[in-house]
Design a protein around this ligand. Structure first.
Ligand code: ATP
Length: 360
């Protein structure tokens, strides 16, 4: 059952289309992330759902109720934003209690719920303090307590961790997931950080130019991108140019520029002869020591990036861009000489053919 649904929801500013008519269904209890580059329409979509901006087309349904023209407070939503500051003149308890007060909850009940919320975000002893006495991370925990306290059916979060440093961010990601599990609500989360989206989401809605580029599980988008944009946005991708020679039932053969042929996966059916790019993630390419049949490449350079070591290779099948292959960094590995030749091997399930002539 979907908690939240948009039907042809769109927004224009003058003649600029910030959000093209968009259909999206968010399931009950789901953690859905709107991911995309700056200006792709994530915040626009979230603001329309929140009722902070007026739609130019389409409808918004919440639990099958049309809320397209309802005020924000009539929508059964909670909100948490990067800069959605706490009220500075109110104590932490008063801040968290605010949504309940607005709804006329009795005082004794408020007191109990506020303490419960503080316990949940692991800040049991700060009820009487003021926001300026808390760290940025603590303030975001309080904001989290405030937006979940009345158990709205949908919680909207717009880059809530954007202002925190990396370590605190990782901790808060974990906290948000824990609380999501505990209260069982539906979350729509905005970020432009693909790692954060992959870590947290049940599904990712990847946006580009005011449209949904692809909607699916993190693994779906990462391993079965349907366009070059998706392949590229989700992480490093090698793209080998070629033509589809044959293909059926999700598998095919691609002839590369140097006439070698490789077996590939087809996330969607393509015509024989179609120009394709074959996506290979760097960690899915194995470097065999002895060159031979198939794809060969010559080492240009390598560098240790921490947990993994990156190899930059020249391959005739690739053109001028170097191919990138990674493997886990280990002291036991030799330092190879540039100029050395390798044979490349990979599982055909990791070689994904994508139409070459598609922008979005
Ligand atoms: P970011 O990650 O930078 O916040 P975003 O994906 O959230 O980006 P939106 O804020 O939804 O992007 O903006 C989408 C497009 O609509 C942008 O090109 C933006 O400039 C434009 N836009 C947003 N609000 C307005 C406005 N009030 N007036 C005119 N154009 C706007």
């Amino acid at each position: 059952m979907s908690t939240l649904e948009t039907q042809g929801l769109g927004k224009v500013y003058g003649d600029f289309v910030a959000l093209a008519p968009t259909d999206l269904k968010v399931e009950k209890g789901e953690f859905l992330t709107l991911l995309g580059p700056s200006g792709s329409g994530k915040t626009t979509l979230l603001s329309l759902i929140a009722g902070l901006a007026e739609a130019d087309s389409g409808r918004i349904l919440m639990n099958d109720r049309d809320v397209t023209h309802a005020a924000p407070y009539q929508r059964d939503i909670g909100m948490m934003f990067q800069n959605y500051a706490l009220f500075p003149h109110m104590t932490i308890a008063e801040n968290i209690a605010f949504p309940l007060k607005m709804r006329g909850t009795p005082a004794a009940e408020i007191k109990r719920l506020v303490q419960e919320a503080l316990d949940m975000v692991r800040l049991p002893h700060i009820a009487d303090r003021f926001p300026k006495e808390l760290s940025g991370g603590q303030q975001q925990r309080v904001a989290l307590a405030r937006c979940t306290i009345y158990r709205p059916s949908v919680i909207l979060m717009d880059e809530p961790l954007g202002a925190l440093d990396k370590k605190l961010r990782d901790q808060m990601q974990f906290e948000i997931l824990r609380i999501h599990k505990e209260i069982g609500g539906t979350i729509v989360y905005v970020t432009h950080d693909q790692e954060e989206a992959m870590t947290m989401s049940d599904r990712i809605c990847l946006m580009n130019g005011g449209r949904i580029a692809q909607l699916g599980s993190p693994a779906d988008l990462y391993f079965r991108p349907q366009s070059l944009f998706v392949a590229d946005f989700l992480g490093e991708a090698n793209l080998l140019e070629g033509r589809l020679v044959s293909g059926a039932d999700g598998e095919g053969v691609v002839r590369l520029g140097d006439a070698s042929e490789i077996r590939v996966t087809l996330p969607r059916p393509l015509d024989h002869g179609a120009a394709v790019k074959v996506m290979l993630r760097p960690q899915n390419i194995r470097l065999e020591d002895t060159p031979g049949e198939g794809l060969n490449a010559r080492l240009r350079s390598w560098s240790v990036t921490g947990a993994s070591t990156k190899f930059f290779l020249d391959a005739p099948a690739l053109g001028s861009e170097p191919l990138i292959a990674t493997r886990a960094t280990a002291m036991s590995h030799d330092a190879p000489e540039p100029g050395r030749d390798y044979r490349l091997s990979f599982d055909p399930r990791d070689a994904v053919a994508i139409p070459a002539d598609e922008a979005a």
